[in-house]
Design a protein around this ligand. Structure first.
Ligand code: SF4
Ligand code: F3S
Length: 104
């Protein structure tokens, strides 16, 4: 599966949802996650994310993010249509430790 990681938080571009062939993105207040049981590993979302927040879970040190994606994909609603990102999203691009500060 692919996973959404820290830099999505408060950037939330939503370009990813437009390209996913199986519509497996789920939406929290300031981040999206991928449902690991629905993702077919096609990889098309990874280069579409302007925040470079999507990675395959075969990359190292993504255990925490796999858990976050799996847990919240079950709790949050599905999202298939891109909307405008938050007005201040550029301010948060690249900030460290966004999960601890802002995750919701
Ligand atoms: Fe969707 Fe493919 Fe990205 Fe998985 S890798 S979330 S199936 S676009
Ligand atoms: Fe987040 Fe990137 Fe999608 S910032 S909403 S994973 S396009």
């Amino acid at each position: 599966t692919y996973v959404v990681t820290d830099n999505c938080i408060r950037c939330k571009y939503m370009d990813c949802v437009e390209v996913c062939p199986v519509d497996c993105f789920y939406e929290g207040d300031n981040m999206l996650v991928i449902h690991p049981d629905e993702c077919i590993d096609c990889g098309v979302c990874e280069p579409e994310c302007p925040a470079e927040a999507i990675s395959p879970d075969t990359e190292p040190n993504l255990d925490k993010w796999l858990k976050v994606n799996a847990e919240y994909a079950e709790k949050w609603p599905n999202i298939t249509i891109k909307r405008d990102p938050p007005a201040d999203h550029k301010e948060f691009d690249g900030e460290e430790g966004k999960f601890e500060k802002y995750f919701s």
